[in-house]
Design a protein around this ligand. Structure first.
Ligand SMILES: NC(=O)c1ccc[n+]([C@@H]2O[C@H](COP(=O)([O-])OP(=O)(O)OC[C@H]3O[C@@H](n4cnc5c(N)ncnc54)[C@H](OP(=O)(O)O)[C@@H]3O)[C@@H](O)[C@H]2O)c1
Length: 303
């Protein structure tokens, strides 16, 4: 597993997302987490809302049963989504972090992200919350999720802390971030800018992009791998999987890792065998031609 330095400490190039773990039995969760660590995956992504809090609580219960695990991992959580609205108020951010720390049973979050942009965000309040969390030792690294460059600039005007991460949807079938760069100034839907140039912005400011749902098409509509709705894409993925002697899942992640933005995909499998296979993506370096072949097979065009 490749690693990189994030906030002064090593982070695995692939992260394990914990959004789907609430239904696992204790033994299954333990096996998943041990498999991740054995494969070199030390970065775990949570959110206060996953499973209505149950995902953090189940993870916390595992850490209480196996306390030695904590030192081997970096735990990230997110806050700011409430029932029916978004809330980046200082009070809510502070409460949310206390809730996550209590459920996880840890003293510090290694990273905290603001989950989805709050239209009513007041950056001074976010700065106040982050500063209090940092001085209390409750959070060591800060970031955002689903934010565009303008929103991050607004925060940066007030935050003494660095924005280290932007977690964004990105995959072979959700590649808007690269489409518009290829189609600059052209007519047609692929030229449309939906994100304010977030990919280049993150590269310029050393913000790690964490692609979420790297196997899903649409907004959690399903997994594109093996889906007959994506015949050309699956043909190319399968051929490359055979060539590199890995699974199709590893090829889908290798496509993300091949991008020079040095992203950190967050995979959400709950299946240990699949996770170990996905980790092999780090051993595959697709050629430039293969990267484009995959991109085109997902239905995209070059001008
Ligand atoms: N910031 C945000 O707004 C945001 C939004 C959504 C998610 N996230 C984060 O991103 C993480 C990943 O999201 P996700 O779970 O939707 O992502 P994903 O990794 O794209 O999807 C995982 C799901 O696909 C299933 N799957 C079926 N076939 C698969 C295959 N061949 N390869 C891989 N997975 C396959 C898995 O089932 P099995 O469990 O049976 O393998 C699992 O249910 C979440 O855990 C969360 O941490 C963040």
């Amino acid at each position: 597993m490749d690693t990189f330095v994030l906030g002064g400490a090593p982070a695995s190039r692939i992260a394990l997302g914990c959004m789907r773990i609430s239904s696992l039995e204790d033994g299954q969760l333990s096996r998943l987490v041990h498999t991740a660590l054995d494969a070199g995956i030390n970065y775990f992504d949570h959110a206060d809302i996953y499973g209505g809090g149950a995902c953090e609580a189940r993870f916390g219960a595992l850490l209480r049963r196996e306390p030695a695990l904590r030192a081997q991992m970096r735990i990230q959580s997110k806050c700011g989504i409430r029932q029916g609205y978004y809330d980046f108020s200082c009070e809510h951010i502070l409460d949310a972090v206390d809730g996550s720390l209590a459920r996880l049973g840890v003293e510090q979050l290694d990273a905290l992200l603001l989950h989805r942009p709050d239209a009513l965000m007041e950056p001074e309040e976010v700065a106040e919350a982050f500063t209090r969390l940092e001085s209390a030792g409750k959070v060591s690294l800060f970031g955002v999720s689903n934010q565009n460059p303008g929103q991050m600039e607004l925060l940066r005007r007030w935050l003494p802390q660095r924005i280290a991460v932007d977690q964004l949807q990105f995959s072979l079938t959700n590649a808007g971030m690269v489409d518009k760069g290829i189609h600059v100034n052209m007519e047609g839907p692929l030229s449309l800018d939906h994100d304010g140039g977030v990919l280049d912005y993150c590269r310029l400011h050393d913000i790690t992009i964490q692609p979420w749902s790297p196997f899903q098409y649409g907004f959690f509509e399903g997994v594109f791998l093996g889906d007959p709705a994506f015949p050309a894409l699956n043909r190319v993925v399968d051929a490359l999987a055979e060539k590199y002697e890995v699974t199709p899942s590893a090829i889908a992640i290798a496509w993300i890792l091949r991008h020079p933005a040095k992203m950190q995909p967050v995979v959400g499998t709950t299946n240990p065998e699949r996770l170990a296979q996905i980790a092999q993506a780090c051993e595959v370096r697709l050629t430039r031609q293969e990267w484009y072949e995959l991109y085109l097979s997902a239905g995209k065009k070059l001008p």
